[in-house]
Design a protein around this ligand. Structure first.
Ligand code: C2O
Length: 557
């Protein structure tokens, strides 16, 4: 429904007086990035935060709103902030990945991220997009539907954000720097967190946990975000089923589940009905890892607390799934379907212009200075991505040559039995290679895990777009057989997808957003090792299909 002009004028005036009100169409936020002392997990190491909060402040907006976030860097690190899942149509300059769409904000400098939220509503999140700073620099983005537009499910009594994280006792920058020097894997985290708290853990038994307070009979919507650096997680609440209604800010066909599985980067909205009369119930977040990889195996716990229940009431416990519970994860993933209603259709591209096959996995390259004379690397189609010195988007927009090439291979250079353990390791190529797409062209991309060192899950995140997951399977992708089973009717639409360990997933998207768009594994350790690439999407016709010019305060390198 269109708003009458006089209402717009009134609202504009009201917003000048009360800029933080939820009814303003332009929302201003200020993010002061500061070093903060905490006492979590019985340690008092300082952490990098936004506005002194961990997790950081929630950004609330409505579909169609314009958001302005002034980020002021008060710490000693270069940084940039990414609005994970926001499509940034024609505003790639505000996307945030350092050296991809902008140079980082240097210590003492600031930058205003300016973007409009178009065609999206639901839960997303923001995080630092440089080095490993996102471990503590992250928060929720809540996008409410347009005014007067209801959710496609009964309105919950209340909404809560639940941010899952990972905690290191030592400085995360030191952890990754040490690993890069040695060529070995970095130390795993010491604990997981739920809204910043691990709950009591053996290394710090006095540590308190987060409490979710509920009233008997009411329904709550939990906006769950996996902000962990390196681990996919299970999440469950004792004695209660969760009804999944949305993932990555797109509605899904509701279904009930005991456990959700969520990769780093993903968001999941669930409805929780407080159908028990009273009591305290355990909430648990624990790792999912079905490959022989070491993970932090500490379960984070929180409490669901019915109002009126005395604190002495026994907590009803839950046992999280074992960390290798592949079937729990598969059942959950297979249940996800786009809502695909008249109002929220699934516009799956049916005619494909680019059919791509990308292998994603780890490898080993020689490294004379490393501990074993070799280092772990990661690659896509055998290319280990090298970060440029200035941002790719600037190089693209201003036609600066020598920064990147557009010869990213659309297929693996050598076909092999991808998912078996390899006898020989292919040394990866280094390069800043991009894949070029014409405006509005359509892409089918099969992401194929490799067993080069060992098969492993890879949550792949694509910036600038949502995609549809049209198929997934184990083993090597077979174009003849597997394409026949694709779901082109109501596949789930999202921005981050877990490539199954020793398997593949096929996604489709339309390149209707001009700019340079990063794609990478959202396990931060794999991104660091080079499991990343970017698409460059050319302008289409006319201003609506053309990348805007850069803002005047865009940071310099
Ligand atoms: Cu949430 Cu490029 O990341």
């Amino acid at each position: 429904m269109e708003m009458a002009p006089w209402i717009r004028v009134l609202m504009f005036l009201a917003c000048l007086l009360f800029p933080a009100s939820v009814e303003c169409m332009v929302r201003h936020y200020k993010f002061d990035v500061v070093l903060e002392k905490t006492t979590r997990l019985c340690s008092s190491k300082p952490i990098v935060t936004v506005n002194g909060r961990y997790p950081g402040p929630t950004l609330v907006a409505r579909e169609d709103d314009t958001v302005l976030v002034k980020v002021v860097n008060h710490v000693k690190y270069n940084l940039s902030i990414h609005w994970h899942g926001i499509r940034q149509i024609r505003t790639g300059w505000a996307d945030g990945p350092a050296y991809i769409t902008q140079c980082p904000i240097q210590p003492g400098q600031n930058f205003v991220y300016n973007f409009t939220i178009t065609g999206q509503r639901g839960t997303l999140w923001w995080h630092a997009h440089i080095l490993w700073l996102r471990a503590t620099v992250h928060g929720a983005i809540v996008i409410l539907p347009k005014r007067g537009v209801p959710y496609p499910f009964p309105k919950p009594h209340k909404e809560e954000t639940i941010i899952l994280g990972e905690w290191w006792k030592s400085d995360v920058e030191a952890v990754i720097n040490e690993a890069l020097k040695s060529g070995l894997a970095p130390n795993v985290s010491d604990a997981h967190t739920i809204n910043g708290h691990p709950g009591p853990v053996s290394s710090c038994p006095t540590q308190g946990g987060y409490t979710l307070r509920v009233k008997p009979g009411k329904t709550y919507m939990l906006r769950i975000i996996n902000a962990a650096l390196n681990e996919e997680l299970f999440f469950k609440i004792a004695g209660h089923l969760l009804t999944v209604v949305e993932v990555d800010a797109t509605y899904v066909k509701p279904f009930k589940t005991e456990t959700i599985v969520i990769t780093p980067g993903q968001t999941t909205n669930v409805l929780l009905t407080a159908h028990r009369g009273a009591g305290k119930y355990l909430v648990a977040a624990s790792p999912f890892m079905d490959a022989p990889i070491v993970v932090d195996n500490v379960t984070a716990t929180a409490t669901l607390h019915y109002s009126g229940s005395l604190t002495s009431t026994a907590t009803t416990l839950t046992s999280p799934p074992p960390k290798n519970a592949t079937s729990v994860a598969t059942n959950f993933t297979n249940a996800l379907r786009s809502l695909n209603s008249k109002q929220y259709p699934a516009n799956v591209p049916l005619k494909i212009d680019h059919s791509l096959l990308f292998t994603v996995g780890l490898g080993i390259n020689p490294c004379p200075s490393c501990v074993n004379g070799s280092r772990v690397v990661a690659s896509i189609n055998n290319v280990t991505f090298v970060m440029p010195k200035i941002s790719l988007l600037q190089a693209h927009f201003f036609n600066i040559s020598g920064v990147f090439t557009t010869d990213f291979p659309g297929n693996p250079p050598v076909p092999f039995n991808y998912t078996s353990t390899q006898l020989t390791n292919f040394q990866t190529k280094q390069g800043t290679k991009l894949y070029r797409l014409a405006y509005n062209s359509t892409v089918q991309l099969v992401l194929q895990d490799t067993g080069m060192i060992t098969p492993e899950n890879h949550p792949l995140h694509l910036h600038g777009f949502n995609f549809f997951e049209v198929g997934r399977g184990l083993g090597n992708f077979n174009p003849k057989k597997d394409t026949k089973k694709f779901n082109l009717v109501d596949p789930v639409e999202r921005n981050t997808i877990g490539v199954p360990s020793g398997g593949w997933t096929a996604i489709r998207f339309r390149a209707d957003n001009p700019g340079v768009w990063f794609m990478h594994c959202h396990l931060e350790v794999h991104t660091t090792w080079g499991l990343k690439m970017a698409f460059v999407v050319d302008n289409g016709n006319g201003p609506n299909e053309t990348l805007l010019p850069p803002p005047s305060d865009l940071p310099k390198c």
